[in-house]
Each structure stands twice: as C-alpha cells, then as structure tokens.
Design a protein around this ligand. Structure first.
Ligand SMILES: Cc1ncc(COP(=O)(O)O)c(C=O)c1O
Length: 410
C-alpha cells in the first residue's frame, strides 16, 4: 500500500468520524487525500508527503497557501474585527468594492459568502428587473453544460440535468441553448427575457470558451429586449485567465449589466460578490436582499489584499499559463489519446479522447493534485504564484502517467 493510502490511527479516527457524522454528499473514502497543512504551491498530507497543488481548492487559493502578506494582514484583522454584520460599516467592504468596480467596469458590489449565493443574488436582480417591466418578463436564457452552483436558483440555470432532476420542479422559465450558437441565442431571447446568464469560460462544463461573436450577440439581444446580461465569472474571473475578467479577452465593449465572482476573491476565505451597473443595482432597494455573514471584515480584508496584488500577478499568469499550455500541447503530438488544451492563462483543460478519471489518483500518487471534469477534460487551476519550474514538475508526473497509457476501460 502506498503512503497515500496507508491509514495511521489519527487519520482512521478522522475518516470514521466523518463517515459517522457528516452528510455523505462528497463521496470521500479511504483513498481521499488527508490534508494536514500547506505552504506556497504545496500541500502536505498527514504522513508529510508533499503534493504540487494544481487545483488550489478548485480555483480558490490564488495566492497559494500561507501567503506571508495575506496571513500577516489576516492575523492583524483577527485581533481587530472579525464580524459586525451588515447593520454597520467596517473599513474593508468599501475599498474591496472600489477595486472590483475599477477591474470590472461595474459600479456597485453586493457581497455574499459563496459562488452559489452570488448567482442567487444575480438571478434575483434579473428577475426583479424583469418584474419591474412586466409580470411576464421572467425568462432566463442559460447554456447547456454550464454549472452555476448547488442552490435551487443556481441549479435551475445549470445546464446539466443530473444536477436539476432530483430537485424538480425548479424555477420556471429557463431556456437552455448550446454554447456559441448565436442563432439559438437569437431564437431564445425575446421581450419576456429577464436575463441572459452564462459563464464566459465554462469551468465544470470542460473549460469551454464562449467566443466573442456569441458575447457580441448576447450584448446586442439583451439591449434590444431590455434584458439584463449576466456573466458568471465565479471560476474564470479575477485573473484566472490572465485578464481581470474573462470577458475582457473579447475586447473593450463587452461589459455586462451584472457579473458574479467568488472563488479566488478572498484567497481562501469564503466571499462572493455580485457586481452591477446602476440600472441593475437599483433593483435592490433597502431590505430586498441581504446576508448575515456576507462581506464580513475578515473576508473583505483578505479581498483587499488579494485585489491589491492582482494587477501585478496578471502578466505572470499569462506567462506561466502560456508556458503550461505550450508544454501540455506537446503531449497531443506524443500521445494519441491526448487531443489539445483548452482555456487561457491558468484555467487549463487538457482534452483526452478517452475518459480521464483514471489520471487523477495516479497523479495524486505521484504528488500532483488536479481533477477531471466533463468526463474527458483534465483540469488544472494552479495558484497564480506558480512558477515555470512547478509546471515542469507537473508535466513530468503527467508524462510518466501518460507513458503507461490509459486503462482498457477508460
Ligand atoms: C461558474 C461557477 N458558478 C458558480 C459556482 C458555485 O460556486 P460555490 O461552489 O462557491 O457555491 C461554481 C463552482 O464551482 C462555478 O464554477
């Protein structure tokens, strides 16, 4: 048995407690990594084995682990003010919102605690906007294969039936179309559309990029039919693709009415945000929406630190991301079951002609953390502080795995 699966007594106790007392919705088991601590781009298990963390908390730990500047700020904040609710002002919500406004081109922020909560608030804004125009204006146009989170509104706009069907009936009026199908978009959007909602790069859907033509058509149709244009940048936003937001890759003219962001925003602490233009922000009068924890002092302090560092990190994300894509693409020539890379910057997918789940435990065994999404896409979301040398390390592990080839049943 490898050291990864050997179960020491303290780990056994941990697994047993979870299996007895925790809802079993994550499918963790004997082989699941047991994380003890982490630093920089590395995570360590209970046995002290080191892993190159190329999934970074599913795109959350953008500054890696235990970042000295972030941690110094958080330690100070812990002793100063952690939470005071949204009944009161604290020093960090306004500055975090100001930075996000400059990066997104959207004037106002609503803070919450997670991606799904940001999606819920964005949908409420969309529906509230439609409702203010007419009672029948409540339809939402969303994409097949998208993922928007696990709450009821979020699964209603998630274009994957497996997430929706066990909980139906859901919010009515959602129409799904294929990504980059501008004709279908044109057919789906009408005067009853309250919002057009999509990820500029589909994350869970397999690192699929929405193209500029689709972005332009969405913008045009939303304007023509007075619907709100909402981008879900929870996975692809805030520097992940090498721009502040993924929609910036299309050009200067694609700013939506509403944008959701979360994962890396507080570099590991729970925080989500909805950015809105004035028209969208006006939907929420005082008392119409809120969150007890949302935008708390500790999380917003982390956001201010992360957002302050982000402009200087973008060129690095582009550089290391470009290198990563280039080197991964070489595998397509070397291995017949590897097709090509997908994504931009440090949002990296590697498409296989076969199912890709077999790679994940083998990579973990070799000290590399990543995952597989949409069946055949190996997904890498390394922290923005990753260096070319770390990419080389990851590539060596993958090369060794690929050289042995996929199992017969992949
Ligand atoms: C694009 C997108 N939207 C929404 C969510 C939901 O975010 P959370 O898990 O923080 O609720 C995710 C999470 O993976 C996501 O990738």
């Amino acid at each position: 048995m490898s050291d990864q699966t050997a179960v020491a007594p303290e780990e056994r106790a941990l697994i047993d407690l979870e299996s007895q007392y925790v809802v079993q919705n994550y499918g963790r088991g004997e082989h699941t990594l047991r994380a003890a601590r982490a630093e920089g781009v590395y995570l360590y298990d209970f046995a002290g084995k080191r892993y190159l963390d190329f999934i970074s908390g599913i795109g959350v730990n953008a500054l890696g682990h235990a970042h000295p500047r972030l941690n110094a700020a958080l330690k100070e904040q812990l002793d100063t003010l952690v939470h005071c609710s949204n009944l009161y002002y604290h020093p960090y919500q306004g500055p975090a919102a100001q930075k996000l406004a400059a990066m997104s081109g959207l004037q106002r922020a609503f803070f919450c605690n997670s991606g799904a909560e940001a999606v819920e608030a964005a949908l409420k804004i969309g529906k509230g906007y439609g409702r203010s125009k007419s009672a029948g204006k409540y339809e939402i146009v969303a994409l097949h294969n998208s993922f928007a989170g696990r709450t009821l509104g979020a699964i209603a706009v998630t274009g994957q039936p497996k997430y929706r069907e066990p909980f139906e009936p859901l919010m009515p009026g959602v129409r799904y179309i294929d990504v980059n199908d501008t004709a279908a978009l044109e057919a789906a959007v009408n005067d009853n559309t309250a919002a057009v909602f999509f990820e500029p790069v589909l994350g869970e859907g397999g690192i699929v990029e929405v193209d500029a033509a689709f972005g332009a058509k969405a913008k045009e149709l939303a304007a023509r039919h007075d619907a709100l244009l909402i981008y879900d940048e929870i996975q692809c936003g805030l520097g992940r693709t090498g721009e502040f937001f993924a929609f910036h890759h299309w050009g200067n003219d694609f700013t939506p009415d509403v944008l959701t962001a979360a994962k890396p925003i507080a570099a590991g602490l729970p925080l989500g945000v909805v950015m809105c233009n004035e028209k969208a922000a006006a939907v929420f009068a005082a008392g119409m929406h809120g969150s007890t924890f949302g935008g708390g002092a500790l999380a917003c302090r982390a956001a201010v630190e992360f957002l302050s560092m982000l402009p200087d990190l973008l060129p690095h994300v582009r550089d290391v991301g470009g290198y990563f894509h280039e080197r991964l693409n070489a595998f397509a020539a070397k291995y017949d079951f590897v097709t090509r890379t997908r994504g931009k910057g440090l949002m990296v997918g590697l498409e296989l002609t076969v199912a890709g789940n077999w790679v994940v435990p083998q990579a973990q065994e070799k000290g590399l953390l990543m995952n597989c999404t949409a069946g055949n896409i190996l997904r890498f979301l390394p922290p923005y502080i990753v260096e070319r040398g770390h990419v080389d390390e990851a590539l060596a592990a993958l090369d060794a795995i690929f050289a042995a080839g996929p199992p017969a049943d992949a």
